[in-house]
Design a protein around this ligand. Structure first.
Ligand code: 6GU
Length: 277
């Protein structure tokens, strides 16, 4: 996979040399090219922004530098054999970045990121490139960052760990919160390692029992507890057919019940009579 990043803060992308992404890069599984947007400015102040038409606070990034930068990056990439670029535009007004989108991006051969500062990039830039390449505007959550660079680090890490051979062990994806499978849609519960006692704290006996069925059941109950506490919206979203008899008992104890009148049938909701957990 090839990654290009165009930014006014190339040094902000230094973490791409470290850890998982850095190693994937060193192994040649990932080609990363970081570009300074100011290389495509031609005035002595290296201006990349200007005041917004229609008035209002803040500044807007200008068409000229972005257009010239993206033309160069596209031409260089195509010339070195890359194909089917996707422009990933980090913005708080984008579509939510999810594990599903991470998987989709990990299957693409070439991602070009355009993190912006100020109030964003003149709309005409993405309207123009959308006629030539896939453009995805993406938000990493419901909060506002000063710029898209941190979002690029988040997205590249989530994508890079999905590339074949990047995580040592393919099994490591299997139980990820948000990965498809038996625990689909539930958060992962707690994990423990040696020593068996630390500062007077033991680990749950069941994990030492060697009884795989009971361990799996315990992990599932912990996942249900954690999801109910931190992300009740995920429980509401679960297809009730994914819950077995013991799941239903656990959920009931946690204050949840199926709604027989609900649409679709039997989805779980907080019981109106449940006490705060
Ligand atoms: Cl992708 N960019 C900025 N500036 N703020 C954000 C964001 C992105 N995602 C959430 N907040």
């Amino acid at each position: 996979m090839r990654l290009d990043v165009v930014t006014i803060f190339p040094e902000y992308l230094e973490p791409l040399n470290v850890s998982l992404v850095g190693k994937a890069r060193a192994r040649g599984q990932l080609g990363v090219h970081v570009h300074d947007l100011r290389e495509w400015t031609y005035d002595r102040h290296n201006t990349v922004d200007d005041t917004p038409y229609g008035g209002g606070p803040g500044m807007v990034m200008k068409t000229g530098p972005w257009g010239d930068a993206l033309d160069t990056v596209l031409a260089d990439g195509y010339e070195s054999g890359a194909h089917a670029p996707t422009l990933v535009v980090p913005t708080p007004s984008g579509r939510p970045f999810t594990q599903e989108l991470a998987v989709e991006l990990s299957e693409r051969p070439w991602l070009i990121f355009t993190p912006a500062r100020y109030e964003g990039i003149d709309r005409r830039v993405m309207d123009e490139y959308a006629t030539r390449v896939d453009v995805l505007e993406v938000s990493i959550g419901d909060y506002v960052l000063a710029g898209g660079e941190a979002a690029v680090l988040v997205i590249t890490e989530a994508v890079a760990r999905l590339l074949p051979g990047v995580l040592g062990n393919a099994e490591s994806h299997r139980d990820d919160s948000f990965a498809p499978g038996a625990m689909a849609g539930l958060l992962e519960g707690p994990v423990y390692t040696k020593p068996p006692e630390w500062r007077g704290r033991d680990i749950p006996d069941v994990l030492l029992s060697g009884h795989h069925g009971r361990i799996a059941r315990w992990r599932r109950d912990e996942a249900l507890k954690r999801t109910a506490a931190h992300r009740p919206d995920l429980i509401e979203r679960c297809d009730p057919r994914a819950f077995d008899k013991k799941d239903r008992e656990t959920l009931f104890i946690l204050g949840w019940a199926p709604d027989p009148a609900g649409e679709p049938y039997g989805r779980f909701w907080r019981r109106p009579d449940a006490v705060e957990q």
